[in-house]
Structure formats: C-alpha cells, structure tokens
Write a protein that binds this ligand. Structure first.
Ligand code: LLP
Length: 402
C-alpha cells in the first residue's frame, strides 16, 4: 500500500481499510463453519462505515446492530432484513417498534423487563416478535475487564434458569416467538476454552428447550475473536468453530456469530503526520496530527497499536507518540522506539480497522477524519473529511434566539 501517495492525495490524519483483507477474513469464518448452516452477522459497532457494510453484505454477511442507527445503516447499505439482529441491554420503545416494523430476523433480549416491553409493543403493532434470549453463562473470557461481558457481575444477559423461564413465557405468548439462543462473553478473546465452556452451557439449555418443544432455530455464539495487535497468539477460526460445534452434535440449528474486530480490525491503518518532536527533561515526545478523539483505544484501554514509520529506518530512541488534544491521556503509543523525526514524516498506526473510527469524536472541535478503501489495488474515498461547517451545523441556527 502506498501510504505516502494516499497521505498526499487525502491528507492526514486518514483511515485506510484493505477491503481484500476483510473479504479473506469473512471467507475464513464461513469456511470454518462449512459443515453447518451459518450466518455471520457483522458487529456494526466495530466499524459502521456504509461502504464497509455494503462490502460485507455483498459477501453474504448479515449485521448485528445495537441501535436503530445501526439498523438503519445496515438497511441503507443493502443488508437483507432477514439477516439483521438487534442486540443491546437497553433498547427503548421506539427502537423496539422500529425493529418489529422492519421485520428483522430477531431481537436479542437481555432481561425479563425488556421481554415484557417487546411483548407489549408487538401486541400494539399486532405482530409476533421473533426472540432470542441472551444467556449470561458466567464464564471468564480472560480479557480486558471493560470488554468482558459473560460474568455474573456484568450487566449483560440473564442466567440460565431465568432464560428457561423466559423461553417458556415466550412460548405461551401470542406475540412472542422464541427462535434463537444468544450468548456473547466478551471481546478480544485469545483462548478457546471460554467459548467451549459458554457453548456447553447454552447447548444444554438448547437441549432442555427442545424437550419442552420450544423450537430454537438459531444458535448465536456472539463475537469476540481476538486479533494480533502485537504478539498475541490468536484463535484460528477453525478451532473456534470446532469448540462451538463439538457441543451441538445432533442439533439442527443455524450457527450465528457476531464478529466485529476479527473481520475488520487488521484491515485498518491510521495515517498520521509528525508535527513536532519535543524533549521534556528526559522524556521524548513525538507530536502527531492524530489524537485521542481520532483513536481512543490507547487512552481508554491502554491498548497497544503498532506504529510504523514510513520511509525511515528503525532504531532510534524511546518516545511517546502524542496528539494535540489538551489531555495527558492523549497518546497513541508510549515508550516506542522511533528514529529522529521531523515535521511531515509519516507514521502508520496499525490494526486500526475496529473500534477506531467508530469510537472517534469531535472533542476539541476536531473534525473527524476521512476514510479510504483499497480494493483490488484501487483506492476510493468512503467518507469525506468533516469540515468546520459540519461541526456547527446543528447549533448555528440557535444563536439568534437569545
Ligand atoms: N456481539 C455483542 C453483543 C457485542 O457486545 C460485541 C462487542 C460484539 C458482538 C462484537 O465483538 P468483537 O467480535 O468485535 O470482539 N471498544 C472495545 C470493544 C467493545 C466490544 C463491545 N461489544 C475495544 O475497542 O476493544
């Protein structure tokens, strides 16, 4: 990839995504579940750019959405309604209503109170809501506490006994149809054992539901497959699939997975230019034009993103790579070896395809950056850089009212 050319053409900071890589990752997952009917519902929150969604939809992906905004994005990008699922711990009435009217595949319900709300709204709309219950299997995914979701102490899902009760409730309601079981234990998971444990728990529930003549068609194993940021040993999709399928012998269900990071994480690069170097006492800082508002993962989770210098030899001395935002927490990397740098040098922040642009903000009134896709050796803009006018658009008309 010619990062220098891209930085000249589109300026920096700039997100670049390799669409061929996304295609390969998607095929890997489909291949791993080849022996079964499967539906890969891309977790839109990882990277919700419309062109990314359209690209995945063309490959056959569905979408896992957590807001009406995400459902609308998926529909707008051409994702089939019957491949869209709606997850999330706090759906409001208008979101539930929207999902039911659009007749999407199913709603992943996370509590008894929510189930009753969905029932009520389905009744008002004179429709039947297809339901999947999110089970919290109380399994430790051994990942960062902020992105671990399958433990009793987390806010997500319901325990197995409650789940069973809710399925029976669904079966007896004229407005609810139980069609799926859902479980998502966390993100950036590197160990296959928690998947085995969690699916063993949910598969047992599946069997007991069959015995009650509750016909579950979709077994949703969530997402969470980790990727390599530095030197992590990741789970092969084949082993992930085997861990799931081993628990499902003899069960005729479609496997659903909600992968985000695995599909797009390592497709992405954030290009940023060096503004200045500065030495504060013993500490060396490289100040770049991207900041925590563009990529918050290092500040928020202390996440590591490899940084490569374009067209300069490695070596050098340790430095923190920091942005222009007025916070000490504004850094992209800490204590990394970098050669002497000067204004205009180009750096590439890697593994920036998932939870990077989608978590960006306008903090410090910084316009969000442009996004570019590379496919079959050709590049194209998929989101233009925001302008100052975009930032004030929703406020300017109110200035005259005082
Ligand atoms: N399904 C559900 C219900 C989820 O909550 C998530 C992610 C996924 C699927 C997709 O997980 P993935 O395959 O991408 O690991 N901002 C954090 C990650 C938050 C993940 C939230 N839920 C980060 O930057 O690491």
């Amino acid at each position: 990839m010619d990062f220098t050319k891209l930085s000249h053409k589109y300026q920096t900071p700039l997100y670049v995504y390799d669409f061929d890589y996304i295609r390969e990752q998607f095929s890997c997952v489909k291949e791993a579940f080849r022996a079964r009917k499967s539906l890969v519902c891309y977790a839109v929150k990882a990277n919700s750019n419309l062109s990314v969604l359209k690209h995945l939809a063309a490959l056959g992906a569905g979408c896992d959405c957590v807001s009406v905004g995400e459902i609308k994005r998926a529909l707008f990008a051409g994702v089939a309604k019957y491949k869209i699922i709606f997850s999330g711990v706090g759906k409001n009435d208008s979101e539930i209503e929207f999902a039911l009217k659009e007749d999407i595949l199913m709603l992943n319900v996370e509590s008894e109170a929510e189930l009753k709300r969905v029932e009520k709204i389905a009744q008002i709309l004179k429709t039947i809501a297809r339901i999947s219950i999110r089970v919290n299997p109380n399994v430790d995914a051994k990942t960062h506490p902020y992105i671990s979701t399958g433990l009793k102490k987390n806010k997500f899902g319901v325990d197995i006994d409650t789940a069973k009760k809710l399925y029976i409730y669904c079966k007896n309601s004229p407005f609810l149809e139980p069609v799926g079981i859902h479980c998502h234990i966390g993100s950036q998971i590197l160990d296959v054992a928690p998947y085995s444990e969690a699916t063993a728990v949910t598969a047992e529930l599946l069997r007991s539901l069959k015995a009650l003549e509750i016909d579950i068609k979709f077994f949703d194993v969530g997402g969470g497959l980790g990727i390599r940021y530095k030197d992590e040993v990741t789970i092969e999709p084949y082993n992930f699939a085997q861990a799931v399928l081993a628990n499902l012998a003899g069960m005729d269900v479609t496997i659903v997975c909600e992968l985000g990071r695995f599909l797009v994480g390592n497709s992405g690069y954030l290009l940023t230019k060096v503004l200045y170097e500065k030495q504060n006492g013993a500490k060396r800082f490289v100040i770049v034009d991207a900041a925590m508002n563009d990529l918050i993962r290092p500040s928020l989770y202390n996440a590591y993103h490899e940084i490569e210098v374009v067209d300069k030899n490695g070596g050098g001395t340790l430095a923190d790579v920091v942005g222009p935002v007025c916070e000490s927490g504004d850094f992209l990397a800490k204590e990394v070896m970098l050669p002497p740098l000067e204004n205009g040098d180009l750096l590439v922040v890697k593994s920036a395809g998932a939870y990077c642009f989608s978590m960006s903000s306008n903090y410090n009134s910084r316009p969000r950056v442009a996004e570019v896709a590379i496919e079959d050796g050709k590049e194209r803009l998929i989101r233009r850089r925001e302008k100052f006018e975009d930032l004030i658009e929703l406020e300017r008309e109110y200035l005259g009212e005082q």
